[in-house]
Design a binder for this molecule. Structure first.
Ligand SMILES: *Cc1c(COP(=O)(O)O)cnc(C)c1O
Length: 257
């Protein structure tokens, strides 16, 4: 990603004070990016991403104000949800690829699912949500980088996909999510974000009645400033809040470095 060592770039937060400090720094950067883009900072939601972070540190982050957390792997998130059931207002967003046979876990506890990318998965989620008597906010994941290794629908398939979604009563469509290419070339990264916004602007006009496309979930620790300039309404930030992860990104996204 960058030549900088992530350990020094993102020191590990170990106290509530550390978390408050990191959150304030991220919020300040969000405000600066909004100012740059002439946007209202209230139009950008910060979603802290707690994957690989243990329960003890998540509880500190919770105390510092993180009550809605993103996780990449559903079973890790499910375990954390069970372990922290004493925090009733702690909510979870699943932001990583989901196999249909794991839809039942998402249906049990998640508030939001940001990686919807197939009708089979929509069917599996709908069935499990009906069993649970729950509904789920969903984002359609779009592959804006053109990298075959990335999950998400190719942009040209999104319009037809959206037309099928009103059939799923338990899925509340909120918008799109993308992962930009992992490149040191920030103009290429920006291009991925622009593509998602343009797709949203174009499809919003003839989206089915119950399909809302307001939200654009894009941008992470290394690029959320650019994402906000390009219209992000949700930024998913892990390392800049929790500290550097030990595992490389390839562990989460096949094909990346
Ligand atoms: C891990 C992850 C993020 C956050 O990445 P950071 O570099 O920790 O900010 C964002 N989106 C997804 C899908 C992720 O898996």
């Amino acid at each position: 990603m960058t030549a900088q060592n992530p350990e020094t770039l993102y020191p590990t937060a170990l106290t509530v004070e550390d978390f408050k400090h990191n959150l304030a720094a991220v919020r300040q950067k969000i405000e600066a990016a909004c100012q740059q883009a002439g946007r209202d900072p209230a139009s950008v939601q910060l979603l802290p991403v707690s994957k690989t972070v243990n329960e003890a540190r998540i509880r500190l982050a919770y105390e510092a104000g993180c009550h809605f957390l993103g996780e990449n792997k559903v079973q890790e998130a499910y375990g954390k949800w069970q372990a922290m059931a004493d925090l009733p207002d702690l909510q979870w967003a699943i932001i990583g690829h989901l196999q249909t046979n794991k839809a039942k876990f998402v249906a049990k506890f998640a508030t939001q699912f940001q990686a919807l990318d197939s009708l089979r998965l929509a069917q599996a989620l709908e069935r499990r949500l009906q069993e649970e008597g729950r509904s789920l906010d969903v984002f359609v994941q779009v592959n804006t980088s053109g990298e075959a290794s990335k999950y998400g629908l190719p942009p040209e398939e999104v319009a037809a996909f959206l037309k099928a979604l009103p059939a799923f009563n338990c899925l509340k469509v909120k918008g799109f999510m993308t992962l930009a290419c992992l490149s040191p070339d920030l103009e290429r990264v920006r291009g991925c974000f622009q593509l998602l916004r343009q797709l949203r602007d174009r499809l919003q006009q003839d989206a089915p009645a119950d399909v809302h496309l307001k939200e654009l979930s894009m941008g992470m620790s290394g690029d959320y400033g650019i994402a906000i300039e390009e219209g992000a309404t949700v930024v998913r930030v892990g390392q800049a809040i929790f500290g550097a992860r030990a595992l490389p990104d390839s562990y989460y996204w096949p094909g990346s470095n």
